[in-house]
Write a protein that binds this ligand. Structure first.
Ligand SMILES: Cc1cc2nc3c(=O)[nH]c(=O)nc-3n(C[C@H](O)[C@H](O)[C@H](O)COP(=O)(O)OP(=O)(O)OC[C@H]3O[C@@H](n4cnc5c(N)ncnc54)[C@H](O)[C@@H]3O)c2cc1C
Length: 1005
């Protein structure tokens, strides 16, 4: 793919928009035109802010009270998915409280706010119809047929349009096909209708010649469930296959097509798809292609420069629709959550200034592009006019675009001014329409909104027309470049695979690691050469391929290792806290340096897709940093009580030799957490990695030793269950940290309880065991989110996470529609080789795991209804993601932990019933709820008995420090990993109390 576009945030000269580039010479013209346009718009109010609306009352209140605004918009968002009028009223009360419902009562026709079902029906209906009416301000119709009369009216009034087909988020290939078909159908129908309309010259020509009456705005993410910047090639194939028939039709009619611009992480990908597709021989000459670009991106100037040189080569103009951008809040929050530098300007004034700079760039290139300006801001409109005037451009050389239902006074003004105006006009059902409505409401009521400033706050024209002055703005440090100190912990960001160099790095690392496959690695620690048989680790996606050979430990080696650990403890326990903390942090640095290479080993040894492998690395680094920070905080003696004459101190001392028995599913992160916690608190460690991931265990040990852990303090003993058992039985062992299956965990707990001859410590066992995790989906849930969340939670790393979802408990009223969309989403998953970036589901770990899955599939077929999947295939250890429906709580597939991509779906008659089902197993690890009912979410907080409860998000991927992880009941014993109590499990607490009063005096306090 071409790399013309900038996916990073390296700010360039243009992106900084220095004040010097903003020519003050435009200002008198801006003011003159601004006053003129204000005059033309005088006396009108945007529909949304009109007095006759109940919405005016509600929006006014929302603008004064941000908590109320959140509640109101959340209520509006959930409304269309609720079918029952009583439920509407119930939700109105949950969100707004009785007081506010009463407040709007008059407007909503809620005078009969009685508990009678007739009252509920009437008022529920009234609320719904009021909100639907508001939505219709912004949506031209549910179908093209509904919308056509309104589009014809617009045309007759002298306004062109660009139709946007609203839809649910596309989560399956079938849904993508349906969106393609809707596009084709819409184009055909609109072209037929529009051909009958009278000619409006202003709307039908620009400086290049005739322009089509029909314009369709395309949401590229709706054309594939696989739009993912990690896999540009696969994304292109999937999108282009559905776009080509649309383009062929558009070229024939003709009609123009504009790509909407979406979330920041897909920007570069969309640009690449655009340029690649319109360079294909069949579409190279198509003259009506266009795309939106967002001025809030720091690098849009470079993107436009890249496009301009591409247009020069192609020789055919394109439309560039310049907008400020609609995803500022959500993108900013998501990037911050991930710890990535935010690629958008952080202050509105910077976006405004950039928009003006980009206006100059676009208008100066009108010989190559059709500039289209999407804005409702009087200052911005006036600025565009001023620049065009200075360039002496004819008015047909650019157009204005506004959103249907928004800023009607300015629509009127620019038309009166003789300019071409096009309205972005959504068409679609109310359900997806409501999400659209909420976006528009947010935009209109935002503190930064121009429309709010003009029509709600009535700011004076001089202020509204003032230039966006950037002086004094400081450039904030991007978040991730600041490394946290010992006082605070910050999560290691996962890789942003939208950045090309990140993808290249993993690809290169895979090549490097591949060149070492099959090698024999010598496992020798502290002068101890292991004498057990060779272990061979194999690539689960290609079992003929030996990843590595390592010698394993024998039971004699265990004896030696324990003996050395006991000896090494003496000096390690007296090593200063600072030194131990430094070593652990040095290990984190080494992991950072070798991050891609280690991820590549994981991809090949454990079959993890790229993101999962990288996330494991990030988590491993997190554990090291977190426990270093935590021990630095906890280690100093703490004075207890403040009474004079006595000094009571709490001291932490290491417990002694610690055995770490680790699993293969997070082959670096989980052992890193257990091993580093034991080490930093002063214990020697004997570490047994899983025989299914010995290489990852080898690397962890190497890194810790390179970081400075002395010989003997850490010993790695690769091996099977016999080595684990020998270690557990050893009388010198003080602590056993185990993560793995329930059966093994319970056996360890039992065996560790037996006191052996010579044993002087009661062994402490920390055991993180399995789960039978459930996600509840209630009738108010956002199904787009719920299905994506359930699929991600049950198929992530082929379901081989202890946090994975294995039961979905769905409310009866949405059960069938949930199953239908779930099936399509599962069928659309990309199952395959994890070395390929687009792979979503890789193989399971080995033949044994595959055989177990096969057995459960057969059990499931007997117990329930197989909905999708149910096959295993080779040559890798693949298990197709499998869903069983109508599962009963007593079924084995509803009770037993199944470590693979198999989901049991159960039907619940109420939320309480769903909670009872969810709590009906012996496990209590993770759980999730998708609901938009505040009361149900609260019920879940109180009564969903799991260690980690996730509301309205997937249930895997806990982050160290932010989501300490671990369960109870038969899911585990011990404090949560990555939490503030974890380290105290590796120490004994001693208290020393000294009488400081001697001879009648005590030291000063
Ligand atoms: C025809 C049309 C098509 C559109 N297509 C797209 C599209 O494809 N993709 C898309 O993303 N949007 C699209 N939009 C939406 C558009 O981005 C918003 O309507 C527009 O940003 C509002 O800008 P304004 O000039 O009207 O209002 P103003 O009130 O002047 O500006 C509001 C904008 O400022 C920016 N902003 C707000 N706060 C901050 C901050 N703290 N720091 C930095 N910037 C901030 C945001 O972009 C916000 O939307 C389209 C709009 C139109 C009219």
């Amino acid at each position: 793919m071409s790399e013309v576009y900038t996916d990073g945030v390296s700010p360039s000269i243009e992106s900084e928009v220095p004040m010097s580039t903003i020519s003050s010479s435009f200002e008198p013209t801006v003011r003159r035109i601004g006053e003129q346009l204000a005059g033309l718009s005088a006396g009108q109010t945007p529909t949304l802010f009109e007095r006759r609306w109940w919405s005016q009352t509600a929006l006014n209140l929302a603008m004064q009270d941000s908590a109320f605004k959140t509640q109101l918009f959340r209520f509006i968002d959930v409304l269309p998915s609720v079918k029952d009028d009583e439920q509407v009223l119930k939700l109105a009360r949950e969100y707004l409280g009785d007081g506010n419902v009463q407040l709007f009562g008059a407007q909503w026709g809620l005078k009969a706010l009685s508990a009678t079902s007739l009252g509920a029906r009437l008022s529920g209906k009234a609320i719904r119809s009021q909100v639907e009416q508001m939505a219709r301000t912004f949506i031209a119709g549910a179908t093209v047929e509904d919308a056509t009369p309104r589009l014809a009216d617009l045309w007759q009034q002298g306004r062109a349009w660009s139709v946007d087909l609203l839809g649910e988020a596309t989560i399956s290939d079938q849904e993508a096909d349906r969106y393609r078909d809707r596009c084709l159908d819409t184009l055909t129908k609109l072209a037929r209708e529009a051909s009958l309309w009278p000619s409006v010259l202003l709307l039908e020509r620009d400086h290049f010649g005739p322009i089509p009456r029909v314009q369709l705005s395309l949401k590229i993410s709706a054309l594939t469930p696989h739009l993912d910047p990690i896999d540009p090639e696969g994304s292109y194939r999937s999108v282009a296959a559905r776009l080509r028939p649309i383009l062929e039709l558009a070229a024939r009619l003709p009609a123009s097509l504009i790509f909407d611009m979406e979330q920041a992480d897909t920007k570069t990908l969309l640009l690449e798809i655009f340029t690649r597709l319109f360079a294909e021989p069949a579409f190279k000459a198509y003259p009506y292609a266009g795309l939106a670009l967002q001025a809030y991106h720091r690098v849009t100037a470079q993107d436009i420069e890249g496009l301009l040189s591409w247009v020069r080569q192609r020789g055919v103009p394109i439309t560039i629709r310049l907008v400020k951008g609609a995803y500022w809040d959500s993108d900013t929050i998501r990037y911050r959550q991930r710890g990535w530098p935010v690629p958008l300007f952080e202050q509105k004034i910077e976006t405004d200034a950039n928009y003006e700079a980009l206006t100059r760039l676009l208008l100066s290139q009108a010989s190559l592009v059709r500039p289209a300006f999407g804005t409702h801001n009087l200052r911005t409109l006036s600025y565009i006019e001023a620049v065009a005037e200075s360039l002496r451009l004819p008015p047909e050389a650019w157009e204005y675009q506004m959103i249907f239902g928004m800023a009607e006074p300015f629509q009127h003004a620019v038309m009166q001014h003789g300019r071409r105006l096009r309205l972005y006009t959504p068409v679609g059902d109310l359900l997806p329409g409501m999400a659209y409505l909420v976006r528009r409401l947010l935009e209109n009521t935002s503190n930064e909104s121009f429309l709010r400033k003009e029509y709600v706050e009535s700011q004076p024209l001089s202020r509204l027309l003032a230039p966006p002055v950037l002086e004094g703005l400081s450039q904030k440090q991007p978040l991730s470049s600041q490394r946290a100190g010992l006082q605070e912990f910050r999560n290691e960001p996962q890789r942003d695979f939208a950045q090309a160099d990140r993808r290249v790095a993993i690809q290169q690392a895979l090549v490097t690691v591949r060149s070492q496959l099959g090698r024999q690695w010598s496992s020798s620690f502290g002068g101890l050469r292991l004498t057990g048989p060779l272990i061979e680790s194999r690539n689960p996606g290609c079992p003929d391929e030996v990843v590595a050979r390592l010698s394993s430990a024998s039971s004699e080696d265990v004896e030696q290792a324990v003996c050395r650990a006991v000896q090494a403890w003496e000096s390690w326990r007296h090593t200063t806290t600072e030194r131990r903390v430094d070593i652990i942090r040095a290990a984190a640095s080494l992991m950072r340096t070798r991050r891609d290479e280690l991820a590549a080993w994981e991809i090949l040894e454990c079959g993890k897709p790229w993101r999962e492998a990288d996330a494991d690395l990030a988590e491993a680094i997190d554990f090291l940093e977190f426990y270093a920070v935590e021990w630095h905080r906890l280690a100093p003696p703490r004075r207890l009580g403040q009474e004079p004459g006595e000094l009571n101190q709490r001291l932490y001392n290491p417990r002694g030799v610690t055995v770490v028995i680790a699993p293969w599913n997070f082959p670096l992160a989980i052992p890193t957490g257990m091993v580093s916690a034991a080490l930093v608190t002063g214990n020697p460690v004997i570490f047994k990695p899983s025989e299914r991931s010995p290489m990852m265990g080898y690397w962890l040990t190497e890194i810790l030793r390179e970081a400075g852990v002395p010989e003997g303090v850490l010993c790695c003993l690769p091996g099977g269950a016999d080595i684990g058992r020998t270690l557990v039985h050893h009388p010198e062992i003080a602590t056993i940290a185990f993560t793995g299956s329930k059966d093994v965990g319970l056996r360890i707990i039992q065996e560790a309880g037996t006191i052996l001859p010579g044993q002087r410590t009661v062994k402490r066992v920390l055991a993180e065991m399995g789960g039978k995790n459930a996600i509840i989906v209630d009738e108010t849930a956002d199904l787009d989110d719920a299905i994506t969340g359930v699929v991600a939670s049950f198929t992530g790393y082929a379901g081989q996470k202890c946090s994975a979802c294995s039961r979905a408990i769905v409310h009866a009223s949405i059960y069938d529609s949930f199953l239908e969309r779930l099936t399509e989403a599962v069928l659309s998953l990309r199952v395959g080789n994890p070395e390929e970036p687009g792979t979503q589901v890789g193989p399971v770990i080995d033949r044994r795991a595959q055989a177990t899955m096969q057995e459960y599939i057969e059990i499931g077929k007997k117990e329930a209804r197989l909905l999708v999947g149910g096959t295993v295939s080779g040559p890798g250890w693949y298990v197709g993601p499998t869903v069983f429906a109508d599962v009963a709580p007593t079924h084995r597939i509803a009770q037993e932990e199944i470590f693979g991509p198999i989901l049991a779906v159960m039907k619940a008659s109420s939320f309480q019933d769903a909670l009872t089902l969810a709590n009906s197993t012996a496990y209590a690890l993770t759980g999730g709820v998708y609901s938009r009912s505040p009361v149900n979410l609260e019920l879940a907080r109180q009564g969903f008995d799991v260690g980690n409860l996730y509301l309205n998000r997937p249930i895997t991927g806990a982050l160290v420090g932010r989501q300490p992880f671990g369960g109870h009941r038969l899911s585990g014993v011990g404090a949560k990993a990555g939490g503030e109590e974890y380290l105290t499990q590796f120490v004994v607490t001693r208290v020393v109390s000294e009488q400081t009063l001697r001879r009648g005096f005590a030291p000063p306090e």
